[in-house]
Design a protein around this ligand. Structure first.
Ligand code: MG
Length: 368
């Protein structure tokens, strides 16, 4: 299909609460939103990079906008028969996985709508609802953490993930485990530690955690393998995995036993599916991580999570947990810890044009 037009926005949504991790505090979500058009149809996707400061990975909204403003005019007018062709077009250019994913994912939505198929069916999904966990940021004290955990356990979430950082780890996680003996509990350090902190992880190793996520540096498989060898609890890698090759190397070198797949972080659905398949070949489960997405990014994540080896609960909770107002018309709501996959062609949700206008910081069109 021929790409006829593209609309690129930067959108901002205020968060309902401050979300603190070892990387800092977020109070609003700023992201690029791309609409690709062909033959009267539209495909939509959003970006998951940081605004201004590259704290999660090296990309930012600003670097992605530079990339997208360069590539979209070149791609308008070209024929792309399928998502593989889009990925092949972008493949020679290095890095920028999150920026590439915006284009690749919007094309998947457009292509699925063109074929009249839901995205999960084209990806090869096998389930019609996704088990959902919750990610709890760093709170002001243990009491506040315990209250939030109780609230989410009561709502039926299938897994509780606690963000940790040096000084906010053993004592707090132990308190939660003592109060909630049987819940599926995990922690995420977002690369805040080094091997010199091994004693912290040996203490956490006694708390029956389902996994410990990204304890060490984002670009260091070697030390993750050393740490994994000291522990019974599986390590899960997030920031470290940019591609299926990274996943293979991490699993071969025993740097982790679980992988968090973020479709934006690895460059789109095709590479996310490859990471999923590599992990399956190693017998390693995967789950879908979140980046505080709006309903558009959540819908993409939900469809991807329908693949067979997404056997652990993901971060695909309701957007209403994070935002007062979403930019899509259809509510994506969790019931008893399960998120239904949106029905309909493509990602199965549509933009609310009225809301979208009120949260748009900038907008440009290509091929108009
Ligand atoms: Mg993570």
């Amino acid at each position: 299909m021929k790409l006829e037009r593209a609309e690129l926005r930067v959108v901002t949504l205020p968060l309902k609460f401050r979300f603190e991790t070892s990387m800092g505090v977020e109070t609003e979500k700023v992201f690029p939103l791309l609409r690709l058009r062909s033959n009267g149809l539209e495909g939509v996707a959003e970006g998951v990079m940081d605004d201004r400061l590259p704290v999660f990975r090296e990309e930012t909204v600003q670097s992605a906008m530079t990339f997208l403003e360069e590539f979209l005019p070149r791609m308008i007018g070209l024929e792309f028969p399928n998502p593989e062709a889009v990925a092949r077009y972008l493949e020679p250019y290095r890095g920028n996985h999150m920026a590439k994913a915006v284009i690749e994912m919007a094309f998947w939505d457009l292509w699925a709508r063109h074929l009249g198929q839901p995205l999960h069916r084209l990806l090869g999904g096998v389930r019609d609802a996704i088990p959902v966990g919750v990610s709890i940021g760093i709170q002001k004290d243990i009491a506040a953490t315990l209250e939030l955990v109780a609230d989410h356990v009561a709502q039926g979430y299938k897994r509780v993930k606690l963000k940790i950082k040096p000084g906010w780890d053993i004592q707090h996680v132990t308190a939660v485990r003592s109060a909630f003996v049987n819940i599926n509990l995990t922690v995420d350090a977002n690369s805040a530690y080094s091997l010199a902190d091994a004693r912290v992880f040996q203490a956490l190793d006694t708390l029956q955690l389902d996994y410990i996520e990204q304890p060490l540096a984002w670009n260091d498989l070697h030390d993750h393998a050393k740490l994994q060898a000291m522990m019974n609890t599986p390590l899960c890698l997030d920031e470290s995995i940019s591609s299926a090759q990274d996943a293979r190397k991490a699993l071969e070198s025993k740097a982790c036993r679980v992988i968090n797949i973020k479709v934006g972080r690895v460059g789109g659905h095709l590479e996310a599916r490859r990471v999923h398949d590599v992990a399956a070949a190693f017998g390693a489960p995967v789950w879908c991580g979140g980046m505080l997405e709006s309903g558009i990014g959540r819908a993409h994540n939900i469809h991807l999570s329908s693949l067979a080896n997404f056997s652990k609960p993901g971060d695909t909770s309701s957007a209403s947990r994070y935002f007062d107002t979403d930019i899509i018309n259809e509510p994506l709501e969790v019931t008893d810890g399960l998120m239904p996959i949106p029905a309909g062609a493509g990602i199965g949700v549509s933009l609310n044009e009225v809301v979208l206008e009120t949260v748009t910081l900038q907008k440009q069109e290509f091929g108009a």
